[in-house]
Design a binder for this molecule. Structure first.
Ligand code: BG6
Length: 507
């Protein structure tokens, strides 16, 4: 069991889970992620009453800020991005535990200052020595930050309290660098105190894949090669790279999201039922299925990478990737990637899993479509079924969270004509509770020491083993294809499926 408190594992998970005395230190607090997601998530948790009264938030960054400036920054980000209404009394309580430490990652004085701030908050706010260090910084800084934490005694696990590291993706840029990074992190933090973030696992709809598959009897009997023709996993974004050139260029779509989000979706869709819902059992099954992933023989034909060229999006002109601010005009970085994978096991042998992701595509949508084989025999005249497609179960991760089942139905009238219809489950209609934001769920889990929704090193390594040969192939072979901004990607990706007699869904 990896939970720090074994009693929790026996606890009723329906009860509100409230964090005990604790605080969060965010490195990279002036970054986009912190402003748009982390700080609002902390406020929303506080607003929902899920944080302890003395909860403390420390921002660490280079900027010349005082505590008040930091508080103002959090305030603005909460006002702009929080999901729950602003309540002055919650804000006033939260602000009591807010501090800012100014410095760079090689500045010993700054880390001494951080140590003093934590000690002061332990006394003033009753945080009990329990602090999570959130590394929302580019991966190249991970080693210096964790080593500084060690050097200044900030990572020492003292009796009766905890220190945790929260690490944003990407965890490395290939297998070797992930292993090196891991060595550095584990010299400082024990494995069960390291939380690697893949925020897709914090999404309700992603967790619902497990509910759909393993809490029902309806789907599992057909969830295999005897019935499934293929699976399409799509994560499309309409945005470009925005202000993230520094992070994105050189990383690209495949490392940014296939290595983590999309392979996690594949793992949850394809894995066997875990013996229980605890972290060890889940990781074991996910790692097993990722380990059975087989790369296509011809990487030139069965993978595609591309870059967006100028185009129109939502009625506005969008510049091409190479014209974006901060991008090397000769960059070969992929903003679109599609791969065909297979899974070498009894359940899935011969069933292709097509994964695709891209920026500046037609619209923002993430979905998993399990597409079924056609009926082996049709008693109907072929004209009756001209408009009948393949049955499908589509897990709509976002937006319009829910599940769609597509099947054929008789068109009303005197002749026999069968056409596709769909049956929908929508979160918004079936439940009155709103879904927490992924980062809310994950930050709360970190504070509770619950690691179910965090990928372990084995999974991260196995995912790099899948991606590394593809990236190496791309590096050695030519340039990315092009697609116009606002479209559904390059023709090469359509051709890739057409060769298999299939086509991408247009969600
Ligand atoms: C992040 C990627 O992990 O996920 C971004 O680094 C991407 O490039 C983002 O935009 C998308 O997240 P979501 O939750 O909006 O689908």
């Amino acid at each position: 069991m990896s939970s720090s408190n074994p009693l929790r594992d026996a606890a009723d998970r329906r009860l509100p889970r409230i964090a005990g005395p604790s605080g969060l230190v965010i490195f990279g607090v002036t970054g986009d992620l912190s402003r748009k997601k982390l700080m609002p998530a902390v406020y929303d948790l506080a607003n929902r009453g899920l944080l302890p009264p003395g909860f403390s938030l420390i921002g660490f960054a280079r900027r010349e800020w005082q505590d008040e400036d930091f508080a103002q920054e959090v305030h603005d980000s909460v006002k702009e991005h929080a999901r729950t209404p602003f309540r002055e009394e919650v804000w006033q309580q939260l602000i009591q535990g807010m501090r800012f430490v100014q410095g760079t990652f090689d500045d010993d004085n700054a880390f001494e200052q951080l140590k003093k701030t934590i000690e002061e908050l332990d006394k003033a706010q009753g945080t009990g020595g329990n602090f999570a260090f959130y590394l929302s910084v580019p991966p190249k800084f991970f080693p210096s930050v964790v080593q500084q934490l060690k050097k200044h005694g900030l990572a020492d696990q003292k009796e009766g309290s905890w220190r945790r590291a929260v690490i944003e993706k990407p965890f490395g840029h290939n297998l070797q660098s992930a292993q090196d990074l891991n060595k550095v992190v584990h010299e400082v933090f024990p494995p069960h105190e390291v939380f690697r973030i893949d925020h897709y696992l914090g999404k309700e709809t992603v967790q619902n894949i497990l509910a759909l598959r393993f809490a029902n009897t309806l789907f599992e009997p057909i969830w295999n090669r005897s019935y499934v023709d293929h699976v399409q996993i799509t994560m499309a974004e309409d945005i470009g790279i925005g202000g993230r050139a520094g992070y994105y260029d050189g990383i690209g779509a495949a490392r940014d999201v296939i290595q983590n989000h999309l392979l996690q979706l594949l793992a949850l869709t394809a894995m066997e039922e875990p013996a229980s819902f605890d972290a060890d059992a889940l990781v074991a099954e996910k790692t097993k299925v990722l380990g059975a992933v087989k790369l296509p023989k011809d990487l030139g034909k069965e993978t595609v990478r591309a870059q967006y060229a100028a185009g129109w999006q939502g009625g506005e002109k969008a510049v091409g990737y190479l014209q974006e601010d901060g991008i090397d005009p000769k960059s070969k970085t992929d903003t679109y990637a599609a791969v065909k994978l297979e899974i070498d096991n009894r359940r899935w042998a011969g069933v292709p899993f097509y994964l695709r992701t891209g920026k500046r595509l037609g619209r923002r949508v993430t979905e998993i479509a399990v597409v079924f084989q056609r009926a082996p025999h049709s008693p109907f005249d072929h004209t009756a079924t001209e408009e009948l497609g393949q049955n499908a179960i589509v897990i709509r991760v976002q937006p319009d969270e829910g599940i769609t089942m597509r099947f054929g139905s008789k068109v009303p009238g005197t002749s026999m004509e069968i056409r596709d219809v769909s049956m929908d489950f929508a979160y918004g209609e079936s439940f009155t509770e709103s879904s927490p934001e992924a980062y809310e769920r994950l930050i709360l889990d970190v504070l509770l020491g619950d690691s179910n929704l965090f990928p372990r090193l084995e999974e991260v390594e196995t995912s790099w083993r899948i991606l590394d040969p593809i990236e190496e192939y791309w590096d050695a072979h030519g340039k990315p294809a092009q697609y116009e901004a606002g479209t559904w990607g390059p023709v090469e990706a359509d051709e890739m499926l057409a060769r298999d007699g299939r086509s991408w869904r247009r969600p």
